[in-house]
Design a protein around this ligand. Structure first.
Ligand code: ZN
Ligand code: ZN
Length: 178
């Protein structure tokens, strides 16, 4: 999939949290997740599976009746994924239960998705270095909702970051099949 440019808030670039880096591709700004951990401190980054040239985020996942690895695009707001199994369309948009691929600890947390048509009651919590800041991704993998929870980040920056989606606009047919 093609990278589509969205403006990164300049205020954010001056205070990037550890674990997120800023890259330029073809003269445009992108944020890329560089380090993520499970609650037990295992790295969730997969150097050997790259998406858009960057290591991907590896999760052990159960979707519907299937279980396997998912490799998620590390570009902030990117939604590309590779699966070690072949999810059906319905499964692709159903709720995922994610675990650490190393120790199996659950990465799920209670959180109501703010996107009305989604309504997922759960999110996948990914810890940034230091164990305080984290990324929350809606458990419905077809949903574009993702949030960076950083201590003391002004609400305005948080809101702008949340609206960055590089790929995949939210289409009406997104949840078809559920
Ligand atoms: Zn772990
Ligand atoms: Zn959602």
């Amino acid at each position: 999939m093609k990278l589509v440019y969205k403006t990164v808030p300049p205020e954010f670039l001056t205070s990037l949290p550890e674990g997120i880096k800023y890259v330029q591709k073809k003269g445009q700004d992108f944020l890329v997740v560089e380090q993520l951990f499970c609650p037990d401190g295992h790295s969730l980054m997969a150097d050997h599976v790259r998406l858009h040239g960057e290591p991907s985020i590896c999760l052990e996942a159960t979707i519907g009746n299937q279980q396997g690895r998912i490799f998620v695009d590390a570009f902030w707001g990117g939604h590309d994924k590779l699966y070690s199994f072949i999810p059906t369309d319905a499964e692709r948009h159903s709720l995922t239960r994610a675990r650490c691929p190393h120790c199996g600890v659950s990465l799920m947390t209670e959180r109501a998705c703010p996107i009305e048509r989604c309504g997922s009651p759960q999110a996948i919590a990914l810890n940034l270095p230091g164990g305080v800041n984290r990324i929350l991704v809606c458990a419905r993998l077809g949903c574009p909702d993702h949030e960076l929870v950083v201590q003391q980040m002004p609400e305005e920056i948080s809101r702008k970051l949340r609206s960055i989606n590089y790929f995949g606009e939210f289409h009406d047919d997104m949840f078809r099949g559920i």
